[in-house]
Design a protein around this ligand. Structure first.
Ligand SMILES: *Cc1c(COP(=O)(O)O)cnc(C)c1O
Length: 367
């Protein structure tokens, strides 16, 4: 087999393809020299409209990054000191960090061995009168069990905040994620499935009034110019990022379909493997494979083989959130603990090819 350099993600391949359009954006932004959005930047307004349309919602508010999106979502729902918020034991740090940063306490729930997603069966036991919201994470790009979680929120009068940072375009029973929660939070960090040229984020909403509050919080508490209604912050998307995102969203679905194609091809290659458990593709879900994560009890061995062959990999994540020093939570999370020893992320991006997947599978199966 031809040896070629395999990338974990390949942003440059896409950017070369749209270089002419990107150059036009740079030129336009330079000429306009109007960089920061607020509510009167045409590029920001356009992207918010484009993204709302893509997700299938009426209200979208952009912000500086995905972590801010979660913090602002919590603040817009009036959650704060003395409140608790349910989060999964495995996620990127932001999910729990945002809860702590607004003065509330994260309550961790263990995850399912099959897919690392929050175990919806364990949520109810953690609900008490201080719990105000659940933040499920569509981790790796796979939608959580929204039916069950929506029912729990209804029964216990809780807000549902979707962490969609890894799942732009994912679908649950034919409906885009980001339309199920009171608020959904997105990140456009460059490596996400839809990525900007720096930090960027957004929220989508069911309710216009909550969207309005979130917009104020993101822009120093203002409604319009110099009309400060609350203590806010500076968390705005800039016009350059917005213009890049409006261009890149055009091919998001095509790129997701490629990711799914590679995921299926990987799964086929691992079908008869004794020590690799590939991710499961479920009926009724569009898993968008932000990450392709296998589980293996021989992870150290696999990692050594990948290193020896210059094949990049990742571990998302090596530690559970409750075990991380600054969160330092009580309780036991046996499934998450086990998974953090077994999960291994293999190269995943639209520009892979069958040859590369074969090389990776062969390297992993070598005795
Ligand atoms: C990336 C990510 C975030 C945070 O987004 P940033 O834009 O990096 O702040 C939040 N939650 C999850 C699950 C993420 O993967």
């Amino acid at each position: 087999m031809v040896k070629e350099s395999i990338k974990f993600v390949d942003l440059n391949a896409y950017h070369q393809e749209i270089k002419v359009e990107l150059d036009e954006i740079w030129d336009t932004i330079l000429r306009e020299s109007s960089f920061i959005g607020g509510s009167n930047n045409a590029h920001v307004n356009k992207f918010e409209k484009d993204f709302a349309e893509y997700i299938g919602t009426d209200y979208c508010v952009s912000c500086a990054n995905g972590t801010d999106a979660i913090e602002v979502a919590l603040l817009a729902l009036n959650i704060g000191v003395g409140d608790k918020v349910i989060v999964p034991a495995i996620s990127w740090a932001s999910t729990a960090e945002a809860v702590i940063n607004i003065g509330a306490t994260p309550v961790f729930v263990d995850v399912k061995y099959d897919d690392c997603l929050i175990d919806e069966q364990l949520i109810e036991a953690k609900i008490d009168e201080d719990v105000k919201a659940i933040i499920p994470v569509h981790l790796y790009g796979k939608p959580v069990d929204l039916d069950t979680i929506q029912k729990l929120c209804k029964t216990h009068n809780l807000f549902l905040i979707e962490d969609c940072a890894q799942a732009h375009g994912a679908e649950y029973n034919g409906q885009r994620i980001g339309t199920f929660g009171d608020i959904a939070c997105f990140s456009f960090y460059p490596g996400k499935n839809l990525g900007a040229f720096g930090d960027a984020g957004a929220m989508t909403f069911k309710d216009e009034n909550i969207a309005d509050v979130a917009r104020q919080i993101c822009n120093h508490g203002q409604k319009g110019k110099h009309n400060h209604l609350r203590v806010g912050r500076n968390s705005r998307l800039d016009g350059l990022q917005a213009a890049v995102l409006s261009l890149k969203i055009n091919r998001l679905d095509e790129h997701i379909d490629k990711r799914i194609q590679w995921a299926k091809e990987y799964n086929g290659l691992f079908e008869n493997s004794e020590n690799i458990k590939p991710p499961v593709l479920e009926e009724g879900l569009r898993h968008v494979f932000h990450l392709y994560v296998i589980r293996t009890e021989n992870r150290n061995e696999m990692v050594e083989k990948l290193k020896a062959n210059d094949i990049p990999f990742g571990i998302h994540y090596p530690n559970t959130l409750p075990s991380i020093e600054p969160f330092n939570a009580t309780g036991s999370y046996p499934v998450a603990d086990k998974l953090c020893q077994e999960i291994l992320s293999l190269p995943m991006h639209p520009y892979l090819n069958s040859n590369q997947l074969n090389v990776i599978a062969q390297v992993l199966s070598e005795q």
